[in-house]
Design a protein around this ligand. Structure first.
Ligand code: ADP
Ligand code: MG
Length: 594
């Protein structure tokens, strides 16, 4: 008997297809905001207003004064693969708009309650469309000025797995702020406002260029640390700004890269930027960059991923050369302009700072209960930023004697037997870290009141973090308050920082808070992480020339720490060259009598 033919494959209903697409297009509130604002920009808006509540979970509202839509278009806009930006296959190879896939609106609508109000030039009345979790509720007339407002409520309300993956409100607001900032950087002539609840996170009225926009978003002090790039190679143009090579290195590279006005994540481009720094003589670059690459539309494929943040170039070599060469040349000419500003003042400052603190340098004993507890809780096993923890060398029984400094980076010492190399930065970091933990334990972190309060402009993504994590910063010795427009007024700083730029340390701490934040975040490790960051920012750096007594002080203090052989991030502080090796190198192996 013949079996019934079985058909197992089915076409999925459109709503389910949209939900699947949403998985890729809408990762978190910030991605929904990005898609909605991109639509506003594609519609030619001169002003975009973004409001969010609950980190974007409870509400996202994007209002623009763009071209708007007629009634039929408004309905079609919410259908899958419905777009006004693309008609034919050749169009796809010359995409000049942000959108082209026609899937953002239906995807967002499939995982939220979405309402849209819109009116175009021709329409006598506006249109309202409402969709609830992918199902059309109604389409009707509604008053609206020319332009479009899209409101998204209860994002991921019916997708518990995705909702659970979201972080705290302040972190989500931070991501939204970064997304809006990227779009604002690409469109200086458009005005943007982002508010979260009753707070304004970002406000950038239209300006005439990138420099003015950078000023609006990041403040004037930051702009002074940047060098302009205006260059290119063959058909690839590169313009924007890169951080000066002599700028103290940030805790990590922050590269904002755009291809034809679209913010992209591209490893090869990022590498090209770093290569440009290396070419200009910066050995371990951690730059900040805002670079806009303009290439002919046909030379770049933007249709790589639904989120549209990846691209493929037809000829990546030309792009590489354009970016790498432009950055290198910009740094070269910038360095010449800056030549008189040699590093000596910073070195002096660091050395003086260290010596000034020498008097109260922490003396730590082994087996400190606070430290032991932190270690037991895994607090000291901090994540390593740039690789796995290395095997630490043994710490010598006696405090090593300092012989000198190698390449302004390593302390050369001897314990009478072996030759010992000490990384001056990681060693000092360890000293500072344990001292700071101990003072935190005693609630005795010292603040230094500034003679004149300092106003620091925070990058948008860090503003909400600042607002919600004041306590951690106070414990570290900062006294700072919001000052409007993304500025923070700093009245007191950790004494540990000495004469160092407190703005930078503050930003590094906030960045830690932003990056570390997750549902399984434990308080003890966050405190240690903050302490490690502050320790890093208050330590002598690689490349600073140190006097022998300064090096001796670091080594002496390091010997007093509980974990002298590793820095708080897990990198080694010392490397030993055993006497046997030295003996062998000089062919003295046979000479038993020395
Ligand atoms: P895409 O942007 O890829 O075309 P979307 O799903 O984001 O796809 O949007 C679908 C269509 O809806 C767009 O092509 C556009 O015609 C229309 N649309 C969406 N948002 C707006 C807006 N803010 N103003 C005018 N038209 C819009
Ligand atoms: Mg779109």
């Amino acid at each position: 008997m013949d079996a019934e033919p079985r058909v197992l494959i089915q076409r999925l209903p459109e709503d389910l297809v949209n939900k699947i697409a949403a998985g890729e297009v809408v990762e978190r509130p910030a991605s929904a905001v990005k898609e909605l604002v991109e639509n506003s920009l594609d519609a030619g808006a001169t002003s975009v207003l973004v409001e969010i509540e609950g980190g974007g979970r409870s509400l996202i509202r994007v209002r623009d004064d763009g071209c708007g839509m007629g009634r039929e278009d408004a309905q079609l806009a919410l259908e899958r693969h419905a777009t006004s930006k693309l008609r034919t296959w050749p169009d796809l190879q010359a995409i000049a708009t942000h959108g082209f896939r026609g899937e953002a609106l239906p995807s967002i609508a499939s995982v939220s309650e979405l309402s849209l109000w819109t009116r175009d030039e021709a329409g006598p009345a506006g249109t309202e469309v409402q969709v609830r979790h992918g199902r059309l509720v109604h389409v009707r007339d509604a008053g609206h000025p020319r332009g479009t407002t899209v409101e998204v409520r209860d994002l991921f309300g019916a997708v518990p797995a995705r909702r659970k993956f979201l972080r705290s409100d302040s972190t989500e607001v931070g991501h939204v702020a970064e997304a809006v900032a990227l779009l604002a950087l690409a469109r200086p002539q458009t005005g943007f406002v982002l508010s979260s609840g009753s707070r304004e996170v970002l406000q950038t009225p239209p300006v005439d260029g990138l420099a003015a926009r950078l000023y609006q978003i990041y403040g004037g002090a930051f702009l002074e640390e940047l060098l302009p790039v205006e260059d290119g190679h063959e058909w690839a143009q590169v313009r924007g700004f890169v951080s000066r090579p002599d700028r103290p290195t940030a805790s990590r590279a922050a590269l904002r890269l755009f291809v034809n006005g679209r913010a992209v994540r591209d490893r090869a481009l990022a590498k090209a930027v770093l290569e440009g720094y290396r070419g200009a003589g910066v050995s371990e670059p951690r730059p900040e960059a805002f670079l806009f690459l303009e290439v002919p539309l046909a030379m770049v494929d933007v249709n790589v991923h639904p989120a549209k943040t990846e691209v493929r170039f037809a000829d990546s070599r030309t792009v590489w050369q354009a970016v790498q060469g432009s950055v290198r040349r910009a740094l070269g000419s910038g360095a010449r302009r800056q030549a008189p500003r040699a590093d000596t003042s910073r070195i002096q400052e660091a050395a003086e700072g260290y010596l000034a603190l020498g008097a109260e340098a922490p003396s730590r004993s082994l087996g400190d209960p606070g430290l032991e507890r932190a270690r037991a809780e895994g607090g000291l096993a901090l994540p390593v930023a740039e690789g796995p923890a290395l095997e630490a060398d043994r710490w010598p029984a006696d405090v090593p004697t300092v012989l000198g400094q190698h390449r302004n980076t390593y302390i050369v010492a001897s314990d009478g037997e072996d030759l010992i190399l000490i990384d001056q930065h990681t060693a000092h970091e360890r000293v500072r870290f344990e001292g700071l933990l101990e003072r935190l334990e005693r609630r005795a972190v010292e603040s230094q009141i500034l003679l004149a309060p300092l106003v620091v402009t925070l990058p948008p993504e860090l503003r909400p973090v600042f607002e919600s994590h004041g306590g951690g910063l106070t414990a570290m010795g900062f006294e700072a308050e919001g000052f409007g427009g993304g500025s923070v007024r700093v009245r007191a700083v950790p004494a540990l920082l000495g004469a160092r730029d407190p703005g930078r340390a503050l930003q590094a701490l906030l960045l830690d808070l932003l990056e570390r934040e997750s549902s399984d975040w434990i308080v003890s490790s966050s405190r240690d992480r903050l302490a490690a960051t502050l320790a890093c920012h208050s330590s002598v750096r690689a490349g600073q020339s140190l006097a022998v007594q300064e090096m001796a002080a670091i080594v002496r203090d390091l010997a007093q720490t509980a974990h002298p052989t590793l820095c708080p991030h897990g990198r080694p502080t010392i490397v030993r060259v055993p006497k046997e090796d030295v003996t062998r190198w000089f062919g003295r192996t046979g000479w038993r009598r020395q």
